[in-house]
Write a protein that binds this ligand. Structure first.
Ligand code: GDP
Ligand code: MG
Length: 302
């Protein structure tokens, strides 16, 4: 008997959704960031073993948002929910144990859509490695089981890989029978050039302390596998909505951009398993987060 299923990873920003997916895949498919709201598009990771194939759908964190881009983000999460066989809701247990008042505020937007999805729900109570005083988790569990009465709970640390096997076996119980849909060596349904753009975006975030990520986007302009036999040539543009950010991204004599480029190139080369030549450009495009055409071009709209 072989199983195949789509599993939506849903939760507030920073709950650990991308970390969990990467943990299962044993490599980085989605961006993990200490800053919330890094995952923009829906990113899938494919886990294949002998008798099952699971497609995890990582989603942007759900919270109450305004603006066009944020509406696209929400839509992307709800689409993942609609396309899934099982829903895994991630909670930051360490955060709620310390600040219980945040729990309802952060989880409220999730409750109804998840309950009404009709899908089996698993609650991954995450970051237990950070909870020193375990009894502080009890009110968190109690409140979560009020919010999702039908759900099963699994405490995990997505980062350390604790409880994640248990969570996976619970997921597998709920996934329908079916043949694999993807070759066993495929790790994502996203095209590699999209993944490359995500890698650049990640390096960009880590290189800057300011809250830039929100108004930056990366577009791959050239993806050339033909010109050179031993190398892929990539040109990418980093778009920023604010003029004064351009200088920050580039850095003194280009130092920051160079650093981003070097780190991203290494990782893209690993992903492709071949040499990569990467050129990065920075362009200002004001108001792009409200421009539907541009959002669509960036894969942020339907
Ligand atoms: P997402 O927004 O839900 O995708 O969250 P991320 O996966 O990007 O993680 C947000 C932050 O929480 C990152 O700094 C992660 O390293 C951290 N994190 C995620 N899971 C755990 C965990 O189980 N334990 C600890 N200590 N940190 C975690
Ligand atoms: Mg994420």
């Amino acid at each position: 008997m072989h199983k195949f299923g789509m599993v939506a990873l849903i939760g507030p920003p920073n709950a650990g959704k991308s970390t969990l997916m990467n943990q299962y895949l044993g490599q980085k498919v989605a961006i993990v960031s200490p800053r919330p709201q890094t995952t923009r598009n829906r990113i899938s990771g494919i886990l294949t073993n002998d008798d099952a194939q699971i497609v995890f759908l990582d989603t942007p964190g759900i919270h109450q948002l305004r603006g066009k881009m944020n509406r696209f983000l929400l839509e992307s999460a709800w689409n993942a929910l609609a396309g899934s066989d099982v829903v895994v809701v991630l909670l930051d247990a360490a955060l709620y144990a310390a600040k219980p008042h945040l729990m309802d505020k952060e989880l409220k937007p999730l409750v109804k859509p998840v309950n009404e999805s009709g899908r089996p729900v698993l609650i991954a109570v995450n970051k237990v490695d950070r909870v020193k005083d375990k009894p502080t988790m009890l009110p968190v569990m109690a409140r979560a089981s009020e919010l999702w009465p039908e759900a099963e709970f699994v405490p995990i640390s997505a980062l350390r890989g604790q409880g994640t096997d248990e969570l996976l076996s619970r997921v597998l119980e709920k996934v329908p029978e079916g043949p694999p849909m993807f070759p066993e060596d495929q790790i994502s349904t996203a095209p590699v050039r999209f993944m490359a753009a995500e890698i650049i975006r990640e390096k960009l975030f880590y290189s800057l302390r300011q809250e830039l990520p929100y108004t930056t986007a990366v577009e791959i302009e050239v993806w050339d596998e033909e010109s050179r036999k031993d190398m892929v040539l990539v040109n990418a543009v980093i778009y920023t909505a604010q003029k004064n950010h351009k200088g920050m991204i580039i850095g003194k004599q280009g130092s920051n951009l160079k650093k981003i480029g070097t780190e991203a190139r290494k990782e893209i080369a690993e992903l492709l398993d071949c040499k990569v030549h990467l050129e990065l450009w920075v362009k200002v495009r004001s108001g792009w987060t409200e421009d539907p055409g541009f959002l669509r071009a960036m894969g942020l709209g339907e």
